[in-house]
Design a protein around this ligand. Structure first.
Ligand code: GLN
Ligand code: ZN
Length: 767
């Protein structure tokens, strides 16, 4: 690459993992909740973790840090707090401020928490602010100011980061009682003075720059949102006592929002140039750059785990240098979405570990990039050479390229992804084989994961239980689950998934191509952390994965036992995915491995096989033009996994969320014989949606809300069923809960299922 002029480019970040190297924050927070730690101790731990993180950054050569990104629970909740959007029920529920804050996050015995939902297309969940027409905002800048001062006193240039006003309002929902069609964005004029006041406080504390994150601008939103954005930044920009403003976006391209921000009086933008957001580069060039503005360029993928291609990043940065007044370099988004440190993974093959980059490594990458531009490439020659070597090794490794897998994928034809018989023929064959009553009853797969089961798993890991001893516990659990279902009178049984810790991890551990981490924790929400597996190489199935336990369960009963698999899209969505080939390709490999499993289950006599795809909607691209292409490969992968079966083998699928709109066409394209859906909470809105869309196959809208400890009565379930019958005709209606029973106790799930069966019988008798 030719060297352009040497410029002053600094590395910075939008946010860092909050939990600490050993999840200290989780432990401290949970101890506080349990009453073992007082508020002072919790806040001290938090401050110590922030200080330790800053020292890591200092060592890596970062001098400008984001502040305010730290959170005891969630940054959207912190923003709600900072603007005074605290619901009355939470204010009334607790004594201290900290407890009001946690009441919003988790509820109390008396009041429910704020709702929680996914943060864009990541696996992080944020708390949804509740706003009504009578919302009164009031600024509280204490957290922001404290964290800003702390970093500055430690010698850093600190850049406070908060969620911007437009995103805050668009991510909020109408408060209870506000009416479902209330639009929080209408509160913008009332909210802006509160933001102006927060900004003024930060300026008074000494902040030169403040970053306002506006990730909603990468989504397709009505044009009115662009108008609101222009208005918001015109007004915030007009203040005289303000810091310089930097508006940040990430996860996709800015599209039409780019010229709006470029023309606004803000002094800087932070933009993502990775993945689908790479299109930002051409858009910026076409616009003639951002004359007079600062740009923080996200050229290192902040939400995946791969070592960056530093040469490619340098060439992007070289182009950008000519387009802006001042350029700095950062990961594409907060590093909240990746684990902390590859070096902690002692079990990983060191050859493979070199391909990976977690938060600490990404920090080093942006530091290297900044040095290359500021001091010249020679200053970082060893880092660039090591990076090139790692990328070359990865591209040529037998793990990433398995010839047999590639050959098989290339040979896939359209016919492989299509069931040979039309649905009408299949359903007749399945009816004849299964002999089920109308309104057949079933469950979604998992039964309560009891304390004994979790203990057995822990004992197995600790070597206190032998593999045989563990297997006997699993077998005993399956016997119990089967006996219960027979007694309760369910029609299609399940084995209960007692051997599965997690529906993705369980399969990831049994497939070639996946890597597992030991310490790769990532915040899912609050104090819940997950360790997503890493899809690193070509996927294949060395041996059957579920046939044995499913077969064992079937040997105990004459009723059909449903086989239970996790679908290809969900296997991708809840993992870190490869960035060296299209997702569609990886999905196809996973689909072929599952296809073999489906075939083995069928050969072993399994007549009903469920392939769960709860994540089908999650991977939906943020920008609409990319959606049809996504649905095409995603549904093809599902069909590839499930189309190799006979007509009389019944394929089920399951999804659990209440809004379908966008993916209804996708659901039909799965060509599953039966679909079960979450519906109890929305009082069957889903069933109505399916009916309106003319969904032509069998469906089981959930009639038992498994998220609640409450046991629904027979009457309640029957009423939901009668409602469902208005949308789905009796010959196509199934009776099942909303989702798996894993998180319920046996005392809750048992009576609930008994009531479900009784209600089904009652309604059946009236048909
Ligand atoms: N079969 C899984 C279970 O019952 C499905 C879980 C899910 O949809 N998230 O646990
Ligand atoms: Zn579910």
């Amino acid at each position: 690459m030719k060297q352009t002029h040497v410029a002053r480019v600094r590395p910075t970040l939008h946010g860092y993992p909050r939990q600490g190297p050993r999840r200290e924050l989780k432990k401290a927070t949970e101890s506080y909740w349990a009453g073992h730690l007082d508020a002072g101790q919790l806040l001290e731990t938090a401050a110590a973790l922030r200080a330790a993180a800053r020292e890591e950054l200092r060592e890596a050569g970062i001098t400008e840090v984001a502040t305010g990104d730290f959170s005891l629970y969630d940054h959207v909740l912190d923003t709600a707090w900072a603007v005074g959007a605290v619901p009355e029920r939470h204010r009334a529920a607790a004594g201290t401020e900290l407890d009001v804050y946690f009441a919003m996050a988790r509820g109390t015995a008396q009041v429910p928490p704020l709702e929680m939902t996914k943060w864009f297309d990541t696996n992080y969940h944020y708390l949804v602010p509740e706003l009504g027409p009578d919302a009164v905002f009031a600024p509280d800048s204490r957290k922001q100011v404290t964290e800003f001062r702390e970093a500055r006193e430690a010698g850093f240039t600190a850049r406070p980061v908060l969620l911007g006003p437009v995103s805050f309002l668009l991510l909020a929902k109408p408060a209870p009682g506000a009416g479902a069609d209330f639009e929080p964005l209408t509160l913008l004029d009332r909210l802006l003075p509160v933001y102006a006041s927060l900004l003024a406080d930060l300026r008074a504390a000494g902040a030169d720059w403040v970053q306002l994150d506006e990730p909603v601008l990468v989504q397709d939103r009505p044009r009115s949102v662009l108008g609101a954005t222009a208005r918001a930044y015109r007004e915030l920009g007009a203040a005289t006592d303000r810091p310089k403003l930097l508006v940040a976006s990430y996860f996709d391209r800015l599209g039409d929002a780019l010229p709006v921000l470029a023309q606004s009086p803000v002094e800087g933008l932070a933009m993502d140039f990775t993945g689908p957001a790479a299109a930002n580069l051409d858009a910026l060039a076409a616009l003639g750059g951002l004359p007079g503005k600062r740009l923080i360029a996200g050229v290192v993928d902040g939400r995946n785990v791969w070592a960056a291609d530093l040469e490619r990043a340098l060439s992007t940065l070289a182009t950008l240098l000519g387009l802006v007044e001042r350029l700095d370099v950062a990961p594409s988004c907060s590093l909240l979405h990746v684990p902390l440190d590859v070096a902690a993974e002692r079990d990983l093959d060191p050859q493979v570990a070199r391909w990976l980059s977690f938060a600490r490594q990404k920090t080093a990458e942006v530091a290297t990039l900044a040095r290359a531009l500021s001091e010249g490439r020679e200053a970082v020659a060893p880092q660039l050479a090591a990076n090139r070597a790692a990328l070359t090794a990865r591209a040529g490794s037998a793990l990433t390229r398995d010839a047999a897998v590639r050959e098989r994928c290339a040979a896939v034809t359209a016919a492989d992804a299509r069931r040979p018989q039309p649905y009408a023929e299949r359903t007749a064959a399945q009816r004849a084989r299964l002999g089920l009553p109308p309104l057949p009853t079933t469950t979604i797969g998992s039964f309560p994961q009891t304390a004994e089961l979790r203990r057995a798993r822990a004992e197995l890991r600790a070597g206190k239980l032998t593999a045989d001893g563990y297997r006997e516990r699993i077998a005993a659990e399956i016997r119990e689950v089967i006996a219960f279902q027979e007694k309760a009178g369910l029609d299609v049984l399940v084995h209960g998934e007692p051997e599965r810790n997690d529906m993705v991890q369980h399969f990831a551990e049994r497939l070639n191509g996946y890597l597992a981490t030991r310490h790769g924790w990532v915040q899912s929400y609050g104090t819940r952390y997950v360790r997503p597996p890493i899809l690193a190489g070509d996927v294949s199935r060395p041996a059957p994965m579920t046939v044995e336990w499913t077969g064992y369960a079937q040997s105990l009963t004459r009723r059909p036992v449903k086989g239970m698999l996790t679908g290809p899209v969900t296997m991708l969505s809840w993992s870190f995915v490869r960035d060296d080939q299209p997702l569609a390709e990886t999905a196809r490999q996973v689909a072929l491995a599952l296809r073999d499993e489906v075939a083995d289950l069928e050969a072993a006599g399994t007549a009903v096989i469920q392939v769960d795809e709860p994540a089908l909607r999650e991977l939906l691209p943020l920008r609409a033009p990319a959606r049809p292409g996504y649905l095409e490969w995603a549904t093809e992968a599902f069909r590839l996994a499930t189309s190799g079966v006979r007509a009389d083998t019944q394929i089920h699928t399951h999804m659990c969320y209440a809004e379908f709109g966008e993916i209804l066409p996708g659901i039909e394209a799965l060509d599953a014989d039966v679909i079960s859906l979450e519906a109890a909470r929305s009082r069957m809105a889903v069933a109505d949606e399916l009916a309106t869309a003319g969904y032509p196959r069998e469906a089981g809208p959930g009639v038992y809300d498994i998220h609640s400890p409450r046991v629904p009565s027979v009457e309640e379930v029957a009423a939901l069923l009668r409602h469902a019958l208005r949308a789905v005709p009796a010959e196509r209606l199934w009776v099942n809960p909303d989702c798996g029973l894993k998180t319920r106790s046996p005392e809750e799930a048992g009576p609930a299922l008994e009531n479900l069966v009784t209600a089904a019988r009652q309604v059946r008798s009236t048909l």
